[in-house]
Design a protein around this ligand. Structure first.
Ligand SMILES: Cc1cc2nc3c(=O)[nH]c(=O)nc-3n(C[C@H](O)[C@H](O)[C@H](O)COP(=O)(O)OP(=O)(O)OC[C@H]3O[C@@H](n4cnc5c(N)ncnc54)[C@H](O)[C@@H]3O)c2cc1C
Length: 377
């Protein structure tokens, strides 16, 4: 007999961890499988919109004790380094994924989640009202399965999801690179610097470190001999603002942390009765700085819907429909805004004109910032 769980979750990033804690605290038997082992670094800008503060505290993350930087100012430069300065309202805070995910993993274990690290989920199939959940270290069954495996995973291929079938066009596929650095930079500021075909963010996280993270097209990297250092020397540092950070900071990793094959095409929220959550359900462009808040917010309403289903107050069909409707209601506008902003960033003539216009119309900048942030949940 395979061990049976009320809920099995594939992927222990923010979405999977937050969901597992809420459902375990509601009294369910929860399995969470993560292919890595905590703590570990992750490519992410590590700026969290303030809307998530109360939610993380309620889960038990000691945000105040961690003495995190509160970020309330924004600076954007065009490809020539010309700056737009603006207040960032409602703003956010900085915390590394190394610290945050590991803290949530400890909370999950203390909340009775069966958290299996270094355990990749290999296949998920649905039959007769339950799922078979096949992992590297054992097979299980579950009444509900949630997919929180992030941007792209082996399971997307297994499920034949349409976004993985997209022709890998090198200018619509992106790569992202992240470093932790020590540098001279204010605690309350986030900067976004444009360069040819990409942009780079920098802001403070915990432990007096700064996160420097950029996104660019796969084509840009290819044109620089698939060499990250050459890409930085030839393209990024042409922006004088970035030149400063790349030349006068201490880089704390031995080598850059990089991911590839990112695309922002829409995804399905339900696949073969699996509830997709976080980046597995839809990837917002990083410059909006809101993917993490969306992952956490979705975990909150999905936990409520799963609870209704497991209590047999709604059918599986109704639960799936309700989840899709709630997801679209909360996130559609933000995802559309993200795709629109992506078009304004990283193309020198468009970016330079956009930054020029926004410098003249601060109220327009306010509106755009507001579009990328959500409300407290
Ligand atoms: C360049 C860049 C910068 C960003 N900057 C920001 C920012 O500043 N602020 C913000 O709010 N958002 C930002 N985001 C978005 C944010 O990182 C994501 O939205 C967020 O991490 C989503 O969380 P998740 O739990 O869905 O996925 P993840 O955090 O990616 O977690 C998925 C987990 O699943 C695991 N996994 C994958 N496959 C399997 C498998 N088969 N079995 C078991 N485990 C598996 C992975 O190891 C991983 O731990 C950025 C994204 C990018 C690309």
């Amino acid at each position: 007999m395979k061990e049976h769980f009320d809920i099995a979750i594939a992927g222990g990033g923010l979405a999977g961890l937050c969901l597992s804690i809420q459902l375990a605290r509601a009294g369910y038997k929860v399995l969470l499988c993560e292919k890595e082992s905590y703590p570990f670094h992750k490519v992410c800008g590590e700026y969290i919109a303030i809307e998530s503060w109360g939610f993380l505290e309620a889960l038990g993350v000691p945000l105040v004790d961690l003495r995190l930087p509160i970020i309330s100012k924004l600076q954007i430069s065009d490809c020539n380094g010309r700056l737009l300065k603006h207040d960032l309202f409602p703003g956010g805070f900085g915390i590394s994924r190394y610290t945050l995910d590991a803290t949530l993993a400890t909370i999950a274990k203390n909340s009775n989640v069966t958290l299996l690290e270094k355990n990749k989920v290999i296949d998920i199939t649905y039959e007769l009202n339950k799922h078979a959940f096949k992992t590297a270290n054992g097979n299980f069954t579950a009444t509900v399965v949630c997919g929180s495996w992030g941007k792209r995973s082996n399971l997307d291929q297994k499920l034949n999801r349409p976004f993985v079938q997209l022709n890998p066009n090198k200018s619509s596929h992106y790569i992202a690179v992240k470093y932790h650095i020590e540098t001279s930079f204010p605690d309350d500021l986030i900067e976004l610097h444009n360069f040819n075909n990409g942009y780079c963010g920098i802001s403070k996280v915990d432990k007096d470190r700064f996160c420097l993270c950029y996104l660019t097209t796969a084509l840009n990297l290819q044109q620089n001999h698939n060499n990250i250092q050459k890409l930085e020397e030839n393209i990024l540092t042409k922006n004088p603002q970035l030149h400063k950070y790349f030349n006068y900071s201490r880089f704390l990793y031995d080598s850059p942390l990089a991911i590839s094959q990112l695309n922002f095409a829409p995804k399905e929220i339900i696949n073969d009765h699996i509830f997709m959550i976080g980046d597995a359900g839809g990837l917002i462009t990083p410059l909006c700085g809101n993917g993490m808040s969306m992952a956490m917010h979705a975990s909150k309403f999905l936990a409520e819907i799963v609870n209704e289903f497991l209590k047999k107050r709604i059918t599986r069909d109704q639960a799936e429909r309700l989840y899709q409707e709630t997801w679209h209601h909360h996130f559609n506008k933000r995802l559309k805004a993200g795709r629109m902003f992506q078009g304004l960033f990283g193309k020198p003539s468009v970016t330079n004109a956009a930054v020029g216009i926004l410098r003249k119309f601060p109220s327009l900048t306010n509106k755009l910032v507001r579009l990328t942030h959500g409300n407290t949940f």
